[in-house]
Design a protein around this ligand. Structure first.
Ligand SMILES: *Cc1c(COP(=O)(O)O)cnc(C)c1O
Length: 265
């Protein structure tokens, strides 16, 4: 078992959020759009990464946050990096295109970046994870939220002509519809739906205990929303003899450790 440490890319523009932003920011710049407008929950790793990247790369940014007005350390940091925060209730939040028109439609430089950095340019950056591999593996695992990272892996594997089975651990309840949407894909991939622990950001004492013992054994931190669930799932699968003897398994550490600080305290 191997771990690709994308969590070490940057403390704030962490893991797959950098992968997903890279070509999105390039596309915005190419189009002459210098105001990034995006979406996320109050603890969104994506908005956190986008706020910091916007500051570093010379963009304005607006973050449209799901739910009632709240404050937390991640949102405060986003604000300090120059992000304009707007709160939208859950009903309004469903229609992100309308929110974009309402809050940024007047600005010709505004550029829509979907929730979680999802989309074609997001996928493109995630393909590069595959191109960086110096060896081949039988399986590559990642946590699945929007699925953009996994789709990028699948398409990178196909383009590079490698034979690696991409496997995603879904962290949201009821993500089975993704399988329907992905049937068109030709590459070998698999989604696992039984490791979400009740839904997004929900977690059991067993998960926290697992994260702790994993850290003690490896010195590698995991978060309870994404990477903890992924790693625990892989261990469960291994215990169930899911893998052939001698199979090599690459786990993608997608980062997300900043949000952990609230939990450990
Ligand atoms: C956002 C995030 C994910 C989910 O990635 P998707 O491309 O939306 O599936 C996985 N891991 C971490 C740490 C994240 O922050």
């Amino acid at each position: 078992m191997f771990i690709k440490r994308d969590d070490l890319i940057h403390p704030f523009i962490s893991g797959n959020k950098w992968r997903k932003l890279k070509y999105t920011l390039a596309a915005a710049r190419k189009a002459g759009k210098y105001h990034l407008v995006s979406f996320g929950g109050p603890y969104s790793n994506h908005l956190h990464a986008l706020a910091y990247a916007a500051k570093v790369f010379g963009f304005k940014s607006t973050g449209i946050v799901r739910g009632e007005t709240v404050s937390n350390s991640m949102l405060e940091m986003n604000r300090n990096w120059g992000m304009n925060l707007v709160f939208a209730n859950r009903t309004a939040y469903r229609d992100r295109q309308t929110l974009f028109e309402q809050h940024a439609g007047h600005d010709p430089e505004a550029f829509f970046v979907d929730e979680g950095g999802a989309g074609e340019t997001g996928m493109l950056g995630c393909e590069e994870i595959i191109y960086e591999l110096e060896e081949s593996y039988d399986h590559i695992f990642c946590a699945v939220g929007t699925g953009t990272t996994l789709r990028g892996l699948v398409s990178g594997i196909a383009k590079a002509g490698k034979i690696i089975r991409a496997e995603g651990i879904c962290v949201l309840k009821g993500a089975e519809k993704m399988d329907e949407d992905w049937k068109r894909e030709t590459s070998d991939y698999r989604l696992h739906h039984r490791f979400h622990e009740g839904g997004y950001a929900k977690h059991s004492p067993q998960l926290l205990a697992f994260m702790k013992s994993f850290y003690e054994a490896s010195g590698i931190e995991l978060d309870h929303v994404y990477t903890g669930k992924m790693m625990k799932a892989i261990c469960t699968l291994a215990a169930e003899d899911y893998f052939k003897p001698g199979a090599s398994v690459l786990c993608l550490h997608t980062g997300g450790l900043f949000g952990l600080s609230g939990l450990t305290k």
